[in-house]
Design a protein around this ligand. Structure first.
Ligand code: 5BU
Length: 452
């Protein structure tokens, strides 16, 4: 038979405890997070668990067995099957039709019921459950708990006269995990601190500087951008959302000295012409040393994107240093951008965007693993190996009345650890475009240095 430790390590593999930094319902930050529901996904483990729990108990004392909903329901069921003690089911809320019963199953008043709980923390919610069961005329003397978080729950219940049996305590679990090399001494210390009721200090992960990023981002476009940033002491990208070639070139003459890249939506230029629009733009880019970022947001299958990228009127592949692309069509759809860099759209700045946490994580996985991708556009932190581009930056406004949401440079450098800010109307709509560009450049650089 396996030891209790071996059994726990099997359970741990199901992902029931995570270590890191978690905000609990109470708002308190915890260095670990426990969720025992995955135990029910492995029938062999669930059966062993039932037997481990039963072994600790004076079984003759109990007429009934009841799990606290929901995590302990399968545990109580398994214990009932192994011990032949009948199960009753406690509802979370009394149903508002039919019998209005809070407890389902066959029982009589005065029977003694064993309560089963997955995790005990403060014990307060268990006390409420006990009350509800006792109100039905059922006696409760014992509670069996799989994991004691050691935050006073056991003591509270014992002070009210209940016997509390716990299979594992968090300290015991941490010790086993430390012995197996799953936890560092630092982590153990932090957990002990937390259990002793001290305020836990989490190390703030330092953001990487442009010099650090130069070491880890090896895409040639990332290297160029980072070098320009350091040289020009700028992280500003101007979004040139103007609609004629003249406006575009005038704007670039003014902002060129202050930016690392110019972001275009080339399809909104009404008099686009490769010779008259792109050639002078390329000249200005080399004169002022910045890159061209075409914000095309490709979102189709690889073959179509390849055509959109290299054919048509705009022939983006002829002139853009890097482009933006959605990752909605999957990893392979990005293969066609071989000769440029790609910045993947991981989340959007507009109200009601569908880029929720799950989408962002999957999108980031594609971005990190695809060799053509060196960055992400996002309103959230992204993995260090990507460069983060953040639009929706404005010093004066909080929105545009059309769904755009703005943050300050300070916010995006501090909270998101962005690398490059993208500013459109904050600059090109300003009365003094050059001064506005300089202001954003300085604000962006100061915010970057402060965030280091
Ligand atoms: P603004 O004028 O600073 O609001 O312009 C922002 C630019 O960034 C604009 O060209 C958008 O198309 C672009 N953008 C954005 O605002 N939000 C996003 O999530 C993405 C791009 Br992706």
């Amino acid at each position: 038979m396996e030891t209790k430790k071996e059994f726990f390590l099997e359970c741990y593999k199901l992902g029931i405890i995570k270590f890191g930094r978690f905000t609990l319902k109470s708002g308190i930050e915890s260095p670990f997070y426990v969720d025992l529901r995955p135990l029910a996904s492995d029938p062999k483990i669930l059966k062993s668990l039932a037997n481990y729990l039963l072994e600790m108990l004076p079984l003759d004392n109990f007429d009934l067995i009841c799990g606290v909903p929901y995590a302990a329901l399968p545990m109580a069921t398994a214990m009932s099957l192994e011990s032949y003690i009948p199960l009753i089911i406690k509802r979370k809320e009394a149903k508002d039709y039919g019998t209005k019963r809070l407890i389902e199953g066959i029982f009589t008043k005065g029977q003694n019921c064993l309560l089963v709980e997955d995790v005990i923390t403060s014990g307060k919610s268990l006390l409420e459950t006990i009350d509800e069961v006792e109100n039905e005329g059922i006696d409760v003397s014992d509670i069996v708990v799989v994991l004691d978080r050691q935050q006073g729950g056991k003591q509270l219940l014992e002070s009210r006269g209940y016997n509390v049996h716990t299979l594992f305590t968090i300290s015991e679990v941490c010790k086993m995990l430390q012995e197996e090399g799953h936890l560092t001494d630092d982590e153990i210390e932090r957990i002990q601190d937390f259990l002793n009721g001290n305020n836990v200090k989490f190390e703030e992960k330092k953001r990487l500087s442009y010099e650090d990023k130069l070491e880890i981002c090896d895409h040639s476009v990332a290297q160029k951008l980072l070098k320009i940033a350091v040289e020009k002491r700028s992280n500003l990208i101007v979004s040139a959302d103007v609609t004629t070639t003249k406006e575009l070139l005038d704007l670039v003459e003014k902002v060129g000295p202050h930016i690392v890249a110019l972001k275009t939506h080339i399809d909104i230029i009404s008099d686009f012409d490769a010779d008259n629009t792109i050639l002078p733009l390329k000249d200005l880019a080399s004169k002022y040393n910045f890159l061209l970022m075409e914000d095309r947001k490709f979102a189709d299958i690889g073959n179509t994107q390849e055509l959109q990228f290299s054919m048509g009127v705009f022939k983006i592949s002829n002139w853009a240093d890097f482009v933006t692309a959605q990752v909605i069509a999957g990893y392979d759809s990005l293969d066609c951008f071989r000769n440029v860099g790609v910045v993947a759209i991981l989340s959007m700045s507009s109200t009601g965007t569908l880029t929720d946490l799950q989408y962002r994580e999957q999108a980031a996985n594609i971005a990190v693993s695809h060799p053509n991708v060196f960055g992400g556009v996002s309103q959230n932190r992204i993995p260090d190996e990507l460069l983060l581009f953040t639009p929706g930056v404005n010093l004066a406004d909080s929105g545009d009345g059309k769904g755009q949401q703005y943050n300050t440079p300070e916010h995006v450098f501090n909270k998101l650890q962005t690398d490059f800010i993208i500013v459109g109307r904050g600059i090109y709509k300003s009365d003094d475009v050059e001064k506005a560009a300089l202001n954003y450049k300085i604000a962006g650089w100061n915010a970057y240095e402060k965030s280091l």
